[in-house]
Design a protein. Structure first.
Length: 115
């Protein structure tokens, strides 16, 4: 070949560089595939939560179900939900779950006191 050393092609990347890039991409794809079942489980949990919440009829039951379902989804021991009043500044309701009733907070603050 005129102008080129025999066997070398300047327009092609160096072969070891391609192998490194290929290994890197394959490792990335492998990691994504391994995380897929966990992501599917989280999505199924979210769908189950939507169905569960939508089965409630009364607002207090819906709010409590939202708190307990959120706790289940994230593995929380305690949960709380504050509902703002008409003014948007004060809490009208404060729903808690996971705290023994004698220790349950009645307003936002630190987590439930030790039992």
């Amino acid at each position: 070949m005129a102008g080129n050393e025999e066997g070398k092609h300047p327009e092609q990347p160096h072969l070891p560089d391609l192998h490194v890039r290929l290994r890197t991409e394959l490792a990335r794809i492998d990691e994504q595939l391994r995380s897929l079942p966990a992501a599917m489980d989280r999505l199924q949990g979210l769908l189950d939560a939507v169905v569960s919440i939508s089965q409630e009829v009364e607002l207090p039951d819906v709010l409590r179900r939202i708190v307990t379902t959120a706790m289940d989804l994230v593995g929380a021991r305690y949960g709380a939900l504050g509902v703002l009043g008409e003014s948007g500044e004060d809490l009208e309701q404060f729903i808690t779950a996971g705290c023994p009733s004698r220790n349950a907070p009645t307003r936002p603050g630190p987590v439930c006191p030790a039992v």
